[in-house]
Every structure is written in C-alpha cells, then in structure tokens.
Design a binder for this molecule. Structure first.
Ligand code: SF4
Length: 168
C-alpha cells in the first residue's frame, strides 16, 4: 500500500506560523488515515522553527531557488530563515524515503509546502506560480506533490502507482 506524506497542519496539528491549523475536510484524507497510509510532517517545526513564529516568504524566486542558494526565505522583519527551511526539507525527504513515500499532499502556498503557488515575497498577500522549499526537494527526489485542492489528482496518482482502483 502506498503511503502519503501529508502536511501536519492539514491534519489539524496546530503547527502553523500563527499557532493554528488548516484541517482539510476531504473524507479521502480521513480514509487514508484509517488505512494507515499517512505520514504526518511539518518541515518548518522539524527544521527548528517555533510555534508561533513570524510569517516568512521566499524572496527572489521559489523553493527550488532557495535550495540552489539563489533565493532566500525571509521574515517580514528581514531575518533570513532559509537554513531552517532547507533543514526541514531535508528531514521531510528523509521521512519520505524512510516510509517509502512516493506521493505527498501538502499545504498550498506555504513557503515550505506550496506546490502550485507561493507568496511573492512582498508580504502583501499576493501569490505567484511556484513551489515551496520542501516541495522542490521532494520533487527532485521523484515524489509527486499535490496541494490540498488536488485530492482527486493525488488519488489518481496513488491508483496509478498501485496499478488498481484500491486507493479510493
Ligand atoms: Fe503546514 Fe507545511 Fe507550514 Fe508546517 S511547514 S505549518 S506542515 S504548511
């Protein structure tokens, strides 16, 4: 059975920068949990950041650029927290590899977990196409990453990997 790495905040864990969670309501995710498929992870907390913590955005590119050292993750106050984000991404990849994970469902728009969009680095609420730091590293390792609005796509991916309709 394929496992799925899921952002801890999507499962109701209060690990977001503001001390809250963003539980995803999709019943499929509940079924994944009861099937024992879910590997819960928060890259930012694992990377050494506290809860709550200052909001951070990627400045100068997206998560792939942070991994390549050409963009940075900064708080609104200008503190460079890139190393925590990169460390969290590496630990997420370790957790994924340890569990044999090939599919992830991560929180959209996060500077760690975003898969289609990230905030644009101006702290004005605007988002641009791009991926977070953890998503970028997971994708480089071949993990297929989806946002919480893409549960059907994630299910289709699991089906394809399992070669049957057993994933849903
Ligand atoms: Fe959620 Fe990912 Fe942010 Fe952790 S790093 S709070 S799992 S979006």
């Amino acid at each position: 059975m394929e496992k799925v790495l899921v952002s801890a905040c999507l499962l109701g864990r209060p690990v977001r920068y503001d001390g809250g969670a963003k539980p995803v309501g999709d019943e499929v995710v509940g079924r994944w949990r009861s099937e024992g498929r879910v590997v819960v992870f928060c890259p930012e907390v694992s990377g050494g950041l506290p809860v709550p913590r200052p909001a951070a955005e990627i400045v100068g590119g997206d998560g792939a650029d942070v991994l390549d050292g050409v963009a940075r993750v900064l708080t609104e106050g200008g503190e460079d927290v890139s190393r925590h984000f990169v460390r969290g991404a590496r630990l997420a990849l370790e957790a994924a590899r340890g569990a044999g994970v090939r599919v992830a469902l991560l929180k959209e728009s996060s500077p760690s977990c975003g898969s289609l969009r990230v905030y644009d680095g101006r702290f004005a609420g605007a988002r641009v196409p791009g991926q977070g730091v953890t998503t970028a590293l997971l994708r480089r390792a071949g993990v297929r990453v989806f946002g919480e609005d893409q549960v059907p796509e994630a299910v289709a991916c699991l089906r394809e990997l399992e070669g049957s309709g057993a994933a849903r």
